[in-house]
Design a protein around this ligand. Structure first.
Ligand SMILES: [Zn+2]
Length: 321
């Protein structure tokens, strides 16, 4: 079914719930966000999401839910896909929460599609569809923030893998001897080294702001920009790990473009220079040398635009039921 109406789009993360309404071409008509109530129970969190969705529908002047042509949603993983039972690591209130079913029951009229996928996958779809990966057939979209996530598009189609989890670049091993423990339980994963909290923890061990428990990746980037040596070294360490992981992914998948978004990607050259250096050092084959790692183009809207792509460009981005 390919109905022409607007799409309700949602992006659920550990720090914010974002939602909007898009045209089928991907343009956001309106969007809004509220903080994620992390200590709340599951039903209160659902209520907050429901209110946010009602508000954006009102602003977009969608008075009748029957006008919508679909609902697309990105959510932090892990999840049971495509069933949309979500258990986001950063949202303890939701464990096996039936997000897809709840959205369908409350907002879907007349059998319109409701589709839920990993938030990093939606970001990758958005960047491929309407962002920095537009026009390229082989793209790895990455998010570097509290975690390191990704989504893989090969030959113009999103790759889901056996369980919807393909593209988990954060758990590609970049340095098994480094000893950095990852939240997944592994050692030497990219995420264990390059996620924001791992970076700040490493920098603090080296003597950067040692007595401040609630420092963030943003503080670290800010200090690095001011010339703080340890903060700069932390970003170099992360950039190098990212470059190695991207090189491996490129050699495996023959990638063309790797758009990188998320809070930490805002650090600019302090992160991207060591990243490009490591990427060049580990892509020696002619085909792999062509890859470009670039800042994401859609910024904070990539996830919402990609959630819309699950509906409007389903032939490319949705293989679930
Ligand atoms: Zn891991």
């Amino acid at each position: 079914m390919n109905k022409p109406g607007p799409i309700l789009v949602i992006d659920i993360g550990g720090t914010k719930l974002a939602a909007g309404v898009t045209e089928r071409g991907g343009r956001l008509i309106t969007w809004s966000q509220v903080p994620t109530l992390r200590d709340s129970d599951g039903e209160r969190l659902w209520d907050a999401l429901e209110s946010l969705l009602a508000a954006v529908l009102k602003t977009a002047k969608v008075d009748d839910l029957a006008e919508l042509s679909g609902i697309g949603c990105g959510c932090g993983g892990p999840m049971e896909w495509p069933a949309g039972l979500v258990s986001p690591l950063n949202i303890p209130a939701w464990r096996d929460f039936p997000l897809r079913e709840r959205l369908a029951a409350r907002f879907a009229v007349g059998g319109i599609p409701v589709r839920v996928h990993n938030d990093a996958v939606c970001m990758a779809a958005g960047e491929h569809w309407r962002g920095a990966g537009r026009g390229s057939r082989n793209v790895l979209g990455m998010v570097v923030s509290t975690g390191v996530g990704g989504g893989l598009i090969l030959d113009n189609h999103l790759i889901d893998g056996a369980s919807g989890n393909a593209g988990h670049i954060g758990h590609v091993v970049v340095d098994p001897d480094d000893g950095a423990l990852c939240v997944c339980g592994g050692v030497g994963c990219l995420e264990g080294i390059a996620r924001g909290p791992a970076l700040t923890a490493w920098a603090q061990q080296q003597g950067w702001r040692p007595d401040q428990p609630d420092v963030t990746g943003k503080d670290l980037s800010g200090d690095a920009a001011q010339g703080h040596g340890i903060a700069q070294a932390a970003l170099r360490r992360a950039g190098r790990a990212l470059g190695i992981a991207i090189a491996s992914a490129t050699n495996l998948c023959d990638l063309e473009v790797v758009p990188i978004g998320g809070g930490l990607s805002q650090a600019g050259a302090l992160l991207f220079d060591p990243l490009q250096e490591a990427l060049a050092a580990h892509t020696k084959l002619d085909f792999a040398r062509q890859v470009r790692a670039v800042p994401a183009a859609l910024g904070q809207h990539a996830g919402l635009v990609g959630a819309g792509a699950l509906i409007a460009a389903a032939d490319q981005y949705w293989t679930g039921d």
